[in-house]
Design a protein around this ligand. Structure first.
Ligand SMILES: NC(=O)c1ccc[n+]([C@@H]2O[C@H](COP(=O)([O-])OP(=O)(O)OC[C@H]3O[C@@H](n4cnc5c(N)ncnc54)[C@H](OP(=O)(O)O)[C@@H]3O)[C@@H](O)[C@H]2O)c1
Length: 333
């Protein structure tokens, strides 16, 4: 097992990172969490986690701030690099705003890891760096599949820019690992849903909320890749602690069509007044194998994931608790 002492988590106040920090603290790690502003109340949930008073230290660091990142990473044997700009529906981000921080931040974090002689680095990439390969044959996509950067360069819009950013930053991390002594493992989660620890809405939680409320006809696209945020955090701890973990890992539990999610929601909540579009009977969609994502490599390390119904139910409870979703009332379009 990698040395279980002091680790750094970048972007620690975010959705996925908060669950990771919680799990790390519960396993006895001392955590250096980077946030852009330690005094911002949106990071207060971190201070309330079990063991946080004793074992969590927050550091101020933007992805462009090498000194800040280096101070946070100094003294750590492991680093989880999670911070990255994520498009938020309705807030248009430019190529410059998405790609430059992702790449500069990854370079800064890795350089600081070299300086601090960090032993293991876990980088959170995304299935955005996997799925966009039109030439992939008709078999489930695995870790050999990379999004086509040339094709992505030819596209405009914040999602293609994000796909490109994640692909380039993951490739950068893998290239770095060839030149350095530290082990680097990259993890590519699917669209991550489930309960939130933080008070603010992150992009993927907002996507699910808008879908349930009927403001969006699909959750990002008709083809869905879903994974529970707690299962992602588990995967990050697993690949960190397991010395057999090498290279890249797809972290996705369910590949399904948008209509199947609608069906699951209707079955789970027969008394909820879902949007009209949810009631339309759709023909069953047979999904091409090439549209599926395989997490077999991660599962072979022992990764397990919870049932989708549990994730959805816990998401709904979390939305209700935060007041984002009224309890059992009729939703109007
Ligand atoms: N959620 C998903 O569906 C999903 C799926 C696959 C991969 N991922 C990846 O998982 C990671 C976390 O995403 P998330 O879903 O947890 O979203 P999130 O809550 O928005 O987390 C993003 C984190 O990055 C930080 N960040 C963004 N720009 C930064 C900058 N210039 N300097 C320093 N920190 C910066 C944010 O800090 P602030 O709070 O200060 O903005 C936040 O802590 C990202 O790398 C994302 O690409 C997410």
């Amino acid at each position: 097992m990698a040395e279980k002492q002091r680790v750094c988590v970048t972007g620690s106040g975010g959705y996925i990172a908060s669950w990771l920090v919680k799990f790390l603290l519960s396993r006895g790690y001392t955590v250096h969490g980077t946030v852009r502003d330690p005094c911002d109340e949106k990071n207060d949930h971190l201070k309330k986690l079990d063991n946080a008073a004793k074992n969590l230290k927050l550091f101020k660091a933007d992805l462009f701030d090498y000194e800040g990142l280096s101070t946070a990473i100094s003294g750590c044997s492991g680093v989880f690099h999670i911070a990255c700009p994520v498009p938020f529906e309705g807030v248009p981000l430019t190529e410059e705003e998405l790609i430059t921080p992702a790449l500069t931040g990854t370079k800064n974090v890795l350089e600081a890891c070299t300086e601090a002689k960090v032993k293991k680095v876990v980088v959170v990439s995304s299935i955005a760096a996997v799925v966009y390969d039109p030439k992939w044959p008709n078999v489930a996509k695995n870790e050999d599949c990379w999004s086509d950067t040339q094709l992505l360069h030819s596209l405009e819009g914040y999602w293609p820019y994000y796909y490109l950013a994640k692909t380039l930053m993951e490739r950068e991390a893998i290239e770095w690992s060839k030149r350095n002594l530290a082990d680097v493992v990259t993890v590519c989660p699917g669209v991550t849903i489930g309960p939130r620890l933080q008070s603010t809405l992150n992009s993927s939680s907002l996507g699910l909320l808008k879908f349930i409320k009927g403001f969006e006809k699909s959750l990002l696209s008709d083809q869905l890749y879903l994974v529970d945020v707690r299962d992602v955090a588990d995967a990050l701890v697993l690949v960190y602690e397991n010395q057999e973990a090498k290279g890249r890992y797809i972290c996705n539990s369910y590949s399904l069509h948008n209509d199947s999610l609608t069906e699951i929601l209707r079955n789970m909540y027969p008394n909820r007044n879902f949007p009209e579009s949810f009631r339309e009977r759709k023909e069953e969609v047979v999904m091409e194998e090439r549209l599926r994502l395989s997490s077999e490599k991660l599962q072979s390390l022992g990764w397990k994931f919870r049932p989708l119904e549990e994730t959805i139910d816990d998401s709904v409870v979390s939305f209700e608790a935060s007041g984002d979703l009224p309890k059992q009332i009729a939703y109007s379009m």
